[in-house]
Design a binder for this molecule. Structure first.
Ligand code: HEM
Ligand SMILES: *[C@@H]1O[C@H](CO)[C@@H](O)[C@H](O)[C@H]1NC(C)=O
Ligand SMILES: *[C@@H]1O[C@H](CO)[C@@H](O)[C@H](O)[C@H]1NC(C)=O
Length: 404
């Protein structure tokens, strides 16, 4: 690992943080510790955690506070492998808050897992939907955030939500099935993101909390980023959501799974790294290096990889799967609670999530590689749906229509 390169990146970003927060002490002599403490220094509290005293916190409230202030991990392997107690309508199921979530987890996992073992477009869109509901919030908004409004109002029609229509329909179907058991849209969306993340191979298994309240009012506008925004604009936009530069870079790594449809409509389905549907760290190295022709890089991702405030974190996630999964989980826990005013009253249902998969090999790599080189347009939808790639007719004149 290029340690010297990483240290010089980190030094630049530390220096700029010091000037951004002039009250902070710490000379460069203490640099290695200081860089770490800088992160904690800038971690802000959110929602009811801002005003509650430690003595008033529930176990969940304490844990969430520790997670978002970088004192505690947000990963968990606590798992309930048993079947849920009875049907959703049974008294036994109604007696256990997480029982209904176990049923929801089964439905979501089936939708999110592809026959190739990669995660499907539904999984990827569920993660993006989680961001677009909760991220429509800033410290100056009195409403918005993880409140389900993206699917309870016409927010979904905003241009930044292009491409989320099919997951919106799927989520509403689940909502109509499960709302009568007391499940909020806000929770369904955020649990959807966490289940999607762990269903993607190599994805982290994040502690998952429920009890968010829905708001039938559309979120404030102008709070979600555009792929042509400058790094400065995006860093400030996220700062106003209490998300610091390292957390931002951890979160944007979700593009590792992505296949864009609307950024460049002439290249429908083209991925943002060579392994769409896999929660690996290739996105970080490939954004800054040469890639096969089918990979499309967003200008915003390139800008963030280079900006002095974010390039250190970016470099740190290259070859850093464990570090990324850990940082993603803390950052996403924060993101998933923006605008939530009853954090201390939430309940934990992590045990319903499926097990994480910590190793993964694409069985169809040979075809995937040729697709990445620009061959086989007819495979676009199969890659998007995470179906095992087989049966391509090769040779001259073999191109088929996209509809196949
Ligand atoms: C930081 C600024 C960000 C910008 C400018 C941005 C922009 C975009 C764009 C343009 C797409 C492609 C949409 C399409 O054309 O179909 C996309 C996809 C995606 N984004 Fe972001 N994004 C950002 C941050 C994030 C964050 C913070 C998350 C998650 C926490 C996220 C999760 C995703 C996912 C999972 C996809 C893939 C969706 C799919 O494959 O269908 N993005 N993003
Ligand atoms: C997803 O599918 C793969 C392969 O088809 C399987 O190995 C894996 O266990 C499945 N994951 C879940 C969470 O069901
Ligand atoms: C198949 O289509 C691609 C682009 O869509 C083109 O570059 C390639 O030459 C075509 N191959 C054949 C054998 O027609």
């Amino acid at each position: 690992m290029k340690l010297s390169a990483f240290c010089s990146y980190a030094a630049v970003s530390f220096a700029s943080l010091v000037s951004a927060y002039p009250g902070m002490g710490g000379g460069m002599g203490e640099f290695h510790h200081a860089a770490k403490e800088t992160r904690q220094e800038t971690k802000q509290l959110i929602g009811d955690l801002k005003t509650l005293k430690d003595s008033q916190l529930t176990t969940v409230g304490k844990d969430i506070k520790a997670i978002i202030t970088n004192q505690q991990n947000a990963l968990s392997s606590v798992i309930d492998t048993g079947a849920p107690a009875g049907t959703p309508d049974s008294a036994a199921c109604k007696a256990d808050l997480c029982c209904i979530w176990k049923w929801i987890s089964y439905d979501m996992t089936a939708r999110f897992n592809g026959s190739s073992g990669r995660c499907t477009k539904f999984a990827r869109a569920a993660v993006r939907l989680g961001f677009h509901d909760s991220g429509a919030w800033s410290t100056s908004s009195s409403y918005g955030g993880a409140d389900g409004s993206i699917l309870l109002t016409d927010e979904i029609d905003r241009v930044e939500n292009n491409g989320l229509e099919f997951i919106a329909e799927q989520m509403k179907t689940w909502y109509n099935k499960y709302n009568k058991y007391g499940v909020s849209m806000a929770d369904l969306i955020q649990m959807g993101a966490n289940i999607a993340t762990v269903v993607c191979p190599l994805g982290p298994r994040i502690r998952s909390f429920v009890g968010r309240k829905d708001n039938p009012k559309a979120a404030p506008t102008g709070l979600l980023p555009s792929p042509v925004d400058s790094a400065d604009k995006i860093i400030k936009l996220f700062q106003a959501k209490t998300i610091d530069a390292t957390d931002l870079i951890a979160l944007v790594g979700a593009h590792t799974t992505s296949q864009q449809h609307f950024f460049d409509t002439t290249r429908d389905g083209d991925p943002q790294d060579t392994t769409p549907g896999v929660w690996d760290v290739h996105f970080y190295s490939e954004t800054v290096n040469d890639t096969p022709p089918r990979v499309i890089k967003f200008p915003s991702d390139i800008a963030l990889s280079k900006d002095s405030r974010t390039s250190g974190a970016w470099q740190g996630f290259i070859n850093g799967q464990g570090r990324w999964n850990s940082d993603w989980s803390k950052a996403y826990t924060r993101l998933s609670l923006l605008g939530v005013k009853n954090i201390n009253d939430l309940k934990e249902c992590t045990k319903v999530l499926p097990a994480a998969r910590t190793t993964f090999v694409n069985q169809d790599q040979v075809l995937l590689d040729r697709w990445l080189q620009g061959e086989f347009d007819q495979l676009n939808n199969m890659v998007d749906d995470a179906i095992m790639l087989t049966g391509v007719i090769t040779g001259k004149g073999a191109n088929q229509t996209e509809e196949t």
